[in-house]
Design a protein. Structure first.
Length: 341
């Protein structure tokens, strides 16, 4: 099966499975799991933070960050398209009593600095207290410019806000720019990163921050039921995600570009090549074709794609250059099956 739906479908490597089988473990709620401690120290070092916390998912990492930065009645500013606004069940509001202040994303994925400034509430009993700015990088596969991150950090600092990065795919952003992950994360007070997407670990995310933030997040994690015991089994794979899978992401980016260029040559699809910066391709299907039928035709040939007028293709470890070639080859007969007028 060639699965373009997401990089979350990546399977753990043989090395990960072997490391999991032989991992040294202990009770992590007591802080006794040596493999978890190793992972957290390694990550803190790699990202340039005091501390790191291994958690079950990216959603949990973002929620812990929001709850560690904000109290009840506080607010965070984020993009209208932000994962931690749109795709996390409203967790900050439901579980943290934190009000989101979503703002439009520009076409490059950023939030206009002027819009952020205008959204910061004055100290007045009518308003929620604006505490935090939350950005996402990559966002929709796009890389936020380094200069923008520096400006956003300054804006946050000048206005007494903390700044969080949803860096689920920050490793993709770093590899695409040929820079270290820490060159991106240096602009933030906290960062979340997913190890179970392109980095191919079976489970887990990290939250990074200073000692105080990590202590608060550890408390919230326990309350939310996220305290885990011999979780070094998972941390063993997570360590390999950081040591063996980061550089490899450049192959995914090359495959995405190759896929996008293939689609650009077809009249049935519209693709903006300037937006293909990492491992995602968005292609809009001509209205004379039914996306659902196209997905069905591809599935018969063991290829899975998302459905929708705009299709999202995500490349990852378990999709090779050969797989992309095969996909482009069978696309023409599949389109014939999906034609409706
Ligand atoms: C996937 C993702 C998350 C959440 O990760 P889960 O592990 O699925 O909870 C958060 N932010 C972004 C940008 C993501 O892509």
């Amino acid at each position: 099966m060639i699965d373009f739906r997401s990089d979350t479908v990546t399977l753990p490597t043989q090395a990960m499975r072997a490391a999991m089988a032989s991992a040294e473990v202990g009770d992590d709620v007591y802080g006794d799991d040596p493999t978890v401690n190793d992972l957290q120290e390694m990550a803190a070092d790699m990202f340039g933070f005091d501390g790191a916390l291994f958690v079950s998912s990216g959603t949990q990492a973002n929620l812990l960050a929001l709850m560690a930065h904000c109290d009840r009645g506080d607010e965070y500013i984020c993009g209208q398209q932000a994962h931690n606004y749109k795709f996390e069940g409203g967790g900050a509001a439901v579980l943290g009593s934190i009000q989101p202040q979503p703002l439009s994303n520009q076409s490059d994925g950023s939030i206009a600095l002027e819009d952020i400034l205008n959204a910061i509430k004055p100290d007045d009993v009518h308003f929620a207290r604006t505490r935090l700015l939350s950005l996402e990088n990559t966002i929709g596969g796009k890389v936020l410019p380094q200069a923008y991150l520096a400006q956003a950090q300054k804006l946050a600092f000048d206005n007494g806000l903390k700044i969080h990065l949803d860096g689920a795919r920050v490793a993709n952003a770093a590899v695409a720019q040929g820079i270290k992950i820490s060159e991106i994360t240096q602009y933030f007070d906290s960062v979340s990163i997913c190890l179970s997407k392109g980095l191919s670990a079976p489970v887990g995310s990290l939250l990074l921050g200073d000692e105080r933030l990590i202590a608060k997040a550890t408390r919230w994690r326990k309350m939310l039921g996220g305290g885990m015991r011999q979780v070094g089994i998972l941390a063993a794979a997570a360590k390999l995600a950081l040591t063996e899978q980061v550089e490899r992401l450049s192959e995914d980016h090359a495959n995405a570009l190759f896929l996008a260029q293939g689609l650009t040559g077809m009249p049935e699809f519209t693709v903006d090549l300037t937006k293909v910066q990492t491992n995602m391709v968005f292609a809009t299907l001509d209205k004379n074709y039914e996306p659902k039928y196209l997905a069905q035709a591809l599935l018969k040939r063991n290829i899975r794609v998302s459905t929708g007028r705009t299709l999202r293709f995500v490349t990852h470890k378990d999709i090779s250059h050969q797989d992309v070639l095969l996909f482009l080859k069978v696309l023409t007969p599949c389109l014939a099956e999906a034609k409706i007028s």
